[in-house]
Unconditional design. Structure first.
Length: 251
């Protein structure tokens, strides 16, 4: 994929003698959604941490991470953020005692520090995507529902105008109806031009919104391809999509 914003080549991560990732290959095309699905403990969050440069100090990385045409292995996380990479972590990490609006403003702080005078204008765009956040803008983030907190975490990330948005388990702990809403938003974000790397245990939801998919199992990338093709792959159907989906695929 010549237009890929992110290319991961032969990425391995070890903690002492334990190898968490082994020779992982992955690409995220500009303006597209790529998803990595797999069971709990497969190494999905480790993959995002390696790409973002936030691994624990005892983590050893080999391979190459190329972002926007530049090898960024030696870049600290702050420099990767400054170049347009953004990670929404699994725990969301909001400022619970601050208002929704203040959390959003902090998301744009890098742009403010860089001297962008109109950095706060992005809030109107975030409120159009998440009208519920506008309704709750003066409310403390810690009082929001789980779904609203996830919306705020996404909105705060968008305030930075990222080129690459990485999402770690955005459906975690959410009710099914809220999960559907969150994934509808993720699908709509494609229209903004941001590239998205989505890491998810909910393979069905992830593959429905993604353009490309990867299956990670015990540190190895075992399958990859167009998301629509992976939903028809017998191994994916059997392991991740369930019996009912398999019967529809083969009926």
């Amino acid at each position: 994929m010549s237009d890929s914003i992110l290319k991961v080549r032969g990425l391995s991560v070890s903690y002492g003698k334990v190898e968490a990732l082994h020779q992982v290959e992955l690409e995220v095309p500009a303006g597209r959604i790529a998803t990595v699905v797999g069971p709990n403990g497969a190494g999905k969050s480790t993959l995002l941490s390696a790409i973002m440069g936030t691994l624990p100090l005892n983590g050893r990385v080999s391979g190459e991470i190329v972002y926007a045409g530049k090898t960024v292995n030696a870049y600290p996380a702050e420099r990767r953020v400054a170049h347009g990479m953004c990670l929404v972590p699994e725990k969301r990490e909001l400022f619970a005692t601050l208002s929704v609006e203040d959390n959003l403003l902090l998301g744009g702080f890098r742009r403010y520090r860089a001297g962008e005078k109109n950095y706060a204008d992005e809030m109107d765009h975030v409120y159009r995507i998440f009208p519920r956040l506008k309704e709750r803008r003066t409310q403390q983030a810690g009082t929001l529902s789980g779904g609203e907190r996830q919306m705020l975490a996404l909105g705060r990330a968008l305030m930075a105008r990222p080129t690459l948005l990485m999402l770690d388990e955005p459906s975690l702990g959410l009710a099914p109806l809220i999960v559907q809403e969150i994934f509808r938003v993720i699908a709509r974000l494609r229209e903004t031009g941001v590239a998205i790397l989505l890491v998810e245990q909910n393979a069905r939801a992830a593959l429905q919104v993604a353009d490309y998919g990867y299956v990670l199992e015990t540190g190895d990338m075992v399958l990859s391809g167009a998301a629509a093709e992976l939903t028809q792959n017998p191994r994916v159907v059997e392991t991740y999509l369930g019996l009912a989906r398999r019967e529809r695929a083969t009926g």
